[in-house]
Design a protein around this ligand. Structure first.
Ligand code: FAD
Length: 387
């Protein structure tokens, strides 16, 4: 970059924001990351993510973190099985030779954080408002503090981005699906039958308008999602999450009539049971370029988690925005180029995620899910072949 280097603020220390900060850093461009959480471990960072060769892993290579990634990557956990509600196996793919290894989200955050100079991330900074200054730069309001000026504000602040309203009127819409999340600890030692049922990777089960996904995480931990097509406020009306035993019993009652082996997954869950209403921006969401503001990751294109593309798309956005900023002679043009390419690139995964959400829990049962899983596998093979 030959023009004056912009003063860059990145809002959000998720996978997108941290990847961007890291790649800029190794290319000699400083940025400050503002994160609302008080510190790196102030909340559980969520479950396991599969990082794809052509996106998530590519971003980590460009970040110079390939070796660090290999230390946390679980190639052995790429399997996938689908059951019906009677516990009959209807599809199994136990092949671990693919290139979509799993990594725990907190481990990913740790390697990205460790790669940044001290002070890059300012914790406990929840962005409240962005103010445009008469000189074209921006000031950022955090609580009572006003920080700035910044030439480029990057919204990497997830689905409910406070930066997005500067460029877009759209807000994520409820997909009609609510996940009730649960976890099983120390599964290999304490629940060998469940460990064998789930195998290495993840299982899905569907029937009677309900479904379940359970994924193997690191450290013999399983994370499960019970999935319902219900109004957005159903979970809070139905469960008392402050009384986990009652919430667990209520959840089991929702799966009445399912095979005991599948019900055992819920029965074995620990007390961390929470609801996640799934929201998405419309496929093709885009905006008119506004000098000094851009979005990446979920802030730009939150999609339903079916297909596991969200974090990969977010990290590729970061890698591509960084590449354009490093290569371009004019940072404003670099941002424009990044946006144009990102809008096009994200349409396909967002379409697949939206289709999967629309067909999940359909009345024709698991056949559609199976069809979707097959089509998704074909798409992945095509993307991998295209490099
Ligand atoms: C239940 C569920 C399961 C999922 N499973 C998968 C999966 O298996 N594979 C996959 O690829 N994707 C999955 N996803 C999607 C994935 O989590 C996201 O696509 C990914 O985390 C996006 O990264 P990001 O950095 O853009 O945003 P985020 O990870 O949301 O990070 C945003 C960061 O910004 C911070 N922040 C937010 N607001 C502010 C503010 N005002 N000021 C300062 N900081 C702020 C947040 O605290 C957070 O640290 C799943 C999502 C859900 C809900």
């Amino acid at each position: 970059m030959t023009e004056r280097t912009p003063r860059i603020a990145i809002i959000g220390a998720g996978p997108a924001g941290l990847t961007l900060a890291r790649i800029l850093h190794i290319n000699g461009i400083a940025a400050t990351v503002f994160e609302r959480e008080e510190h790196a471990l102030s909340r559980p960072q969520g479950g396991t993510l599969d990082l794809h060769a052509e996106s998530g892993q590519l971003a980590l290579r460009r970040a110079g973190l390939e070796r660090e990634f290999l230390r946390i990557a679980r190639y052995e956990d790429q399997g996938s099985r689908l059951y019906d509600k009677d516990g009959q196996l209807i599809m199994a793919d136990d092949d671990d030779s693919g290139d979509r290894p799993e990594a725990n989200r907190s481990a990913l955050r740790e390697i990205l954080l460790a790669s940044l100079p001290d002070g890059t991330v300012q914790w406990g900074r929840e962005l409240r408002e962005v103010y445009a200054r008469p000189d074209g730069a921006y000031d950022l309001a955090f609580g009572v503090d006003l920080l700035g000026p910044f030439d480029l504000v990057v919204g990497a602040d997830g689905a409910w981005s406070r930066v997005r309203p500067l460029v877009s009127r759209y807000r994520p819409q409820y997909s009609g699906l609510t996940f009730i999340e649960f976890g099983i600890d120390d599964v290999d030692a304490r629940h060998p039958a469940i460990s064998a049922l789930v195998g290495r990777g993840k299982i899905g089960a569907e029937g009677d308008g309900r479904s379940m996904i359970v994924q193997r995480n690191a450290n013999a931990h399983l994370r499960g999602y019970a999935i319902f097509r219900v109004p957005a406020d159903w979970a809070e009306r139905t469960f008392d999450f402050s009384a986990p035993a009652a919430a667990r019993a209520r959840l089991m009652a929702e799966f009445d009539g399912w095979a005991p082996a599948l019900l055992a997954l819920i029965a074995a869950s620990n007390d961390h049971i929470v609801a996640r209403a799934i929201h998405a921006l419309p496929v093709g969401h885009h905006w008119q370029n506004r000098v000094g503001v851009t979005l990446l990751g979920d802030a730009a294109h939150v999609m339903s988690p079916f297909g596991g593309e969200g974090v990969n798309a977010a990290m590729l956005d970061a890698a591509e925005l960084a590449r354009h900023l490093v290569e371009a002679s004019d940072w404003k043009e670099a941002v424009k180029l990044y946006e144009q390419e990102m809008f096009d690139r994200v349409v396909e995964p967002a379409t697949h995620a939206a289709e999967a959400a629309a067909t999940e829990l359909s009345h024709i049962g698991p056949e559609l899910t199976l069809e979707h899983v097959r089509r998704h596998a074909e798409m992945r093979a095509e993307m991998a072949a295209a490099g």
